[in-house]
Design a binder for this molecule. Structure first.
Ligand code: HEM
Length: 222
């Protein structure tokens, strides 16, 4: 069978919570960087709390979300990862309905890195005016140490984001596969017969994100 896009069927892969999570995360990380640089610290804190709630939600969604949102769907063993790396030079895109094995690793690394970024921010201080909401629970030495991690980890996050965007562009330009459109529409062009993702309840997503927001609010107001 030929592998032209005419043979393919628009198949649901990304649920709405994953798509909203992704683009809100992009906007909020951009805004967190801007507000940090401009020293709009109140906004920097609020933005960090929102990012933390989003990440906590995404971790939970990785267990109870739709098919391709689940960690179990996109975390592969070493054999599959090596097998996938071997296909990288080929100009034909390997067909994965969800994240490919390397993409799955990058998702987990980005989630952990953002979690570390927000977590350390809660304990940080700037030696002048501002202290994270949990600063009062640790010693000044520990806060200084966590502040240093908060600063350096942002560079690691930038590197991960750089590799992530480069990988998406590599797919677009080298393998002629547009992964960006499905992150907006939720649908990928896949061979007929591909099993569509089993979508989790949007109500469950709403309850979980509300619970994560309350949890963050509870922690930062202690
Ligand atoms: C702050 C910058 C960014 C961060 C932190 C980020 C993070 C992530 C994360 C965590 C995922 C996994 C989504 C999930 O399963 O929940 C993801 C997937 C994805 N991102 Fe980003 N992203 C960023 C910027 C971008 C940009 C600028 C683009 C477009 C050029 C993009 C395109 C994609 C695509 C297409 C996927 C799905 C990849 C696939 O099909 O496996 N991302 N991103």
């Amino acid at each position: 069978m030929s592998d032209t896009s005419a043979d393919k069927v628009a198949t649901p892969v990304w649920d709405l919570p994953v798509r909203l999570f992704h683009w809100l995360l992009v906007l909020l990380i951009g805004f967190s960087w801007l507000s940090g640089e401009m020293e709009w610290m109140d906004w920097h804190f609020y933005s960090g709390y929102a990012v933390l709630a989003l990440i906590l939600f995404r971790i939970l969604w990785g267990f109870v979300g739709s098919t391709h949102a689940r960690f179990g769907d996109f975390l592969y063993g070493p054999g599959a990862v090596i097998g996938y790396i071997r296909t990288l030079p080929s100009r034909t895109a390997a067909k994965f309905a969800g994240h490919n094995p390397l993409g799955g690793i990058s998702v987990v690394l980005i989630l952990l890195c953002v979690l570390l970024q927000t977590g350390t921010g809660l304990f940080s201080n700037d030696d002048i005016l501002y202290e994270g909401p949990l600063y009062k629970h640790v010693t000044k030495e520990l806060s200084d140490w966590l502040t240093t991690i908060h600063k350096y980890n942002f560079n690691i996050l930038l590197a991960l984001i750089g590799v992530h965007v480069a990988a998406v562009l590599y797919y677009l330009l080298y393998k002629s596969e547009n992964l960006i459109k499905p992150m907006f529409t939720g649908r990928k062009q896949l061979p007929p017969g591909t099993v569509p993702a089993k979508m989790a309840s949007a109500w469950l997503a709403l309850v979980l994100i509300a619970a994560c927001a309350v949890m963050v609010w509870f922690v930062v107001t202690r």
